[in-house]
Design a protein around this ligand. Sequence first.
Ligand code: 5AD
Ligand code: SF4
Length: 446
Amino acid sequence: MIRPIVDPSRPKVYIETYGCQMNVNDSEVILSILQDAGYALTENIEEADVILANTCSIRDNAEQRIWGRIDQFKIQKKKREGVVIGIVGCMAERLKDKLLTAVDLVAGPDSYRSLPSLLEAVAPGTPQINVLLSHEETYAEISPVRLDKNGVSAFISIMRGCNNVCSYCVVPYTRGAERSRDPETILREAQELFENGYKEITLLGQNVDSYRWESPKGNVSFAQLLEAVAKISPELRVRFSTSHPKDISDEVIYTMAMYENICKHIHLPVQSGSSIMLEKMRRKYNREWYLERVKKIRSVIPDCGLTTDVIAGFCGETEQDHKDTLTLMEEVVFDSAFMFAYSERPGTLASRKYPDDIPYETKTARLNEIIALQGRMSLKSNEKEIGKVQKVLVEGPSKKNPDELCGRASSNKMCVFPSRGEKAGDYCYVQVESVTSATLICKRID
Ligand code: 5AD
Ligand code: SF4
C-alpha cells in the first residue's frame, strides 16, 4: 500500500479533485503514476511545480467552477516561472480543444499513464494533450496512493466507464465504454488495505451491478466479487456504489443479507418518480419496477439504508410528473438524497432530442420542494431508528463536541455518542436515543 512521498528534492505536484468518489480514487491513481516517475505530492499550491485539477462535467456549474480555478492557477504561474497547469478527468475529455488554449496539459480519464511523458514534453507554447478513451484501461495493477486522512476508509474502483446512455448524462462520453477490472487485483488491493489497518472499503463503479469478469478460470459476477471481499475478514466492512435500479439483482441483495460486514446500505438513484420521464431519460425501468426493487430489498434486509439521486425539471416535465417524484419519495422514505436541477449537457441524447424547456424558476421551485420534502423524509427515516442498536465504525471526534465520537452505522447513517477514548477505526455499540434529520444521537451500550 502506498502513502504520499515527502521529499523536498523532488518536483512537486498539487492536485485538486472535483466530482464523484471515482474521481477521488482516480486522483490517487494519478499520484501513484507520478510518484513512480519521480514526483512528490504537496498540499501547498504555493510550492507546486505541477498544478492539476481532476475535473467533473456532470452539470454546467461543475465546469464553470473550473474555469474560475484556472484563472487562480495562472496567478501561480505568474509568480513562479515553469509552473505547469494541467486539467485532467471528465472536463478534459469533453472540452479538450478549448482547454488546450488555456492550460499546459489536458489528459482524459483513460490516459493517466501518459502523464509523466506529457509533463516532460510540456514547454512554453507547446501544450500537451491525450484524451484517447480505451476499451481496456482499468489501471488494474496500479496501487493508488492513499490520500485519505484517517487510514480507515478507502475506495477501490472495480470498473470504469458506463454503457447505459441515460439521455441526460455526459459520463458515457467522458469516461467511455464500460469495462471491469480483474478481480484478483481488486482482492489483492483490499487485502493489503486491511493488513494496513483499513476497516472499510467501498467498491466503486458507475453501475456496479453490471460488473463481470470473464476468464478461463471462471466468470465473476458483482455478487461473487462482493462476497469474496467480505470474506477477507469479518472486521472489514464492505460498501459499494452505485447500483442501477434496472440491474440490481436478487443475488446481490441475498449476498448482502448473508454477510454482517457487507454494510446494509444501497445508493439507488431513482432520478424521477414519473414513468414518462424515466422513459425519456432512458433509464430502462419505470416507477413500478423501482418500487418493486425497494420492496424486495426491504423484505430481505428490513433495516437497509436507502439513498437516491433525483433530477428536477427534466425536459418536458409536467406538474404531474413532478408530483409523481414527490409521491415516490413519500412512499419510499429515503434516508437522504442528492438532488439536482436538470442541466443540459452538450452532446447527450437529451440535448439533441428534447428542448430544455422547463424555465429556470420552475426548475428551482420544484427542486426546492423536493429538498424540503427530503428533509422531512430524512427525519422520518431517522425517527424509526430510535431505540435500535447500531454497530458504529468510529471516524473520529464529533465536530461539535470533542468528548463525543462520530461514525457511521451499517446503514450509512451518521451517529454521535460519548467517547471512551476510542480512536478512528474502532467499532462501538450504541443505542439511538434521539435524532435530527442528519444525525442519530446515541448512548453507549458496550
Ligand atoms: N443534470 C442534472 N443532474 C444530473 N445528473 C447526471 N446528469 C445530470 C444532468 N445533466 C445527476 C444524476 C446522477 C448524479 C450523479 O448526477 O442524478 O445520478
Ligand atoms: Fe464523476 Fe460523472 Fe463528474 Fe465524471 S462527470 S467526475 S464520472 S460525476
